[in-house]
Design a protein around this ligand. Structure first.
Ligand code: SF4
Length: 392
């Protein structure tokens, strides 16, 4: 992550510092597009390997004569066998919980600490935007279905949507290394990055949520009908775009699941229906069809979330990296948070929502509160475990 191939030296016509100081000329740097360069001749006339070819990132660092264990971060456990330093505590703890490679017998002898770049802010951001998106998806859906939610759909949903989107924006900017540069996302847009598209989706969705609130307060129902489809789509993209953003984090295989987009939609409906259920209990004005839609969504989405989580973690994983992350979640350092918080609380939430569907609405309100904690617990595990799998 730190190597820039000594761009300042290369620009000045010099070789990188590590190339110059290596007494055995073990490192070669050069122009692969020039067939006459030394590195082109090396790469073209020798069997070379790259790291993690399955990620299909087109790596331009080639290894000559490297043992598989040298290139596979999961092959060599971390213990007290470092040569020049001691393993950092985080790496040592994670490594002790990962399955070892029975073939190579390799040990890690040198590494540096790699702190996780994403922490509680990303965890919380997943939750806040899920609440915002889910509430507005439901309000728009109710309008399209002709289900009357009254002030819950006209005012509470867009206020929750706007507040959730605002907190999400603050968390995103706060999480940047240089928060003061956040406007560069729009001023110097990079259309190949989902960071840009995610910011655009959030901005458009916030505009639609605001318009929904204004036209609902003005009683302009016909305009709301016109806004319903774009608002539902923008809300769904607000919930789901993170699947593509996380998908670009190659090497974090737990985040590469093809289910993730749909799972994010389900999570949004789960946590986004809860504030509307609470508002329906406090404000009233929601008929039986509205209540059915809100509480039914809460109950069904919570059960669907549970099924998707269990499928994701207890099923087979396509790569060892994803399998290692899932192992940390279900049997390693995150097992307690996962089983008690992510699964246990979601189960309680589903039961309470089910009771509230036909029984007292208060049970559904309680279920809606419980699933918020359940999702936060699950997201904290999901965000951290994927980053714990060593890449070097
Ligand atoms: S010295 Fe070598 S490893 Fe360090 S930045 Fe320069 S090229 Fe990269």
């Amino acid at each position: 992550a730190k190597c820039n191939f000594c761009a300042h030296r290369v620009d000045a016509g010099l070789e990188p510092a590590c190339v110059v100081v290596c007494p055995t000329h073990s490192i070669w740097v050069g122009d692969l597009d020039d067939p006459e360069s030394g590195i082109s001749r090396l790469v073209n006339t020798n069997p070379v390997t790259v790291r993690a070819p399955e990620q299909q990132t087109g790596p331009n660092v080639f290894y000559l004569g490297a043992d598989r264990a040298v290139l596979d971060p999961l092959a060599a456990p971390v213990d007290e066998s470092y040569i020049f330093s001691r393993p950092d505590a985080h790496r040592a703890e994670v490594s002790a919980q990962l399955p070892t490679d029975p073939v190579s017998g390799a040990r890690t002898t040198l590494n540096t600490a790699h702190p996780r770049p994403w922490g509680w802010r990303v965890t919380t951001y997943l939750w806040t935007k899920a609440v915002a998106a889910g509430a507005m998806m439901l309000a728009a859906l109710a309008h399209l279905l002709g289900v009357e939610l009254g002030a819950v759909g006209d005012v509470v949903a867009p206020v929750v949507g706007l507040a959730g989107a605002a907190v999400t924006g603050v968390l995103l900017v706060w999480d940047l290394k240089r928060p003061e540069r956040f406007l560069f996302i729009f001023l110097k847009p990079n259309p190949t990055s989902w960071l840009f598209w995610g910011a655009a989706v959030l901005a458009i969705a916030s505009g639609l949520f605001f318009a929904w609130l204004v036209f609902a307060l003005l009683g302009m129902d016909a305009v709301l009908t016109g806004l319903a489809v774009p608002t539902a789509i923008a809300a769904a993209l607000t919930a789901g775009y993170t699947a593509f953003l996380f998908g670009q984090a190659e090497g974090r295989d737990l985040w590469q699941s093809p289910l993730l987009f749909w799972h994010l939609l389900v999570q949004a409906l789960m946590v986004g229906s809860a504030p509307l259920v609470l508002a329906a209990a406090v404000l009233g004005g929601v008929d039986d069809a509205g209540r059915n839609l809100l509480v039914g969504t809460l109950a069904v989405a919570t059960v669907a979330h549970l099924v998707m989580v269990l499928l994701e973690y207890l099923g087979r994983h396509s790569t060892r990296n994803a399998g290692a992350a899932a192992h940390l979640v279900t049997r390693g350092r995150y097992a307690r948070t996962f089983w008690l918080g992510g699964i246990g609380l979601a189960l309680v939430g589903a039961v309470l929502a089910g009771l509230g569907w036909t029984g007292p609405l208060l049970a559904a309100v309680a279920g809606g509160l419980v699933v918020q904690v359940a999702l936060l617990a699950y997201e904290s595990v999901f965000v951290r475990a994927a980053q714990d799998v060593p890449l070097s």
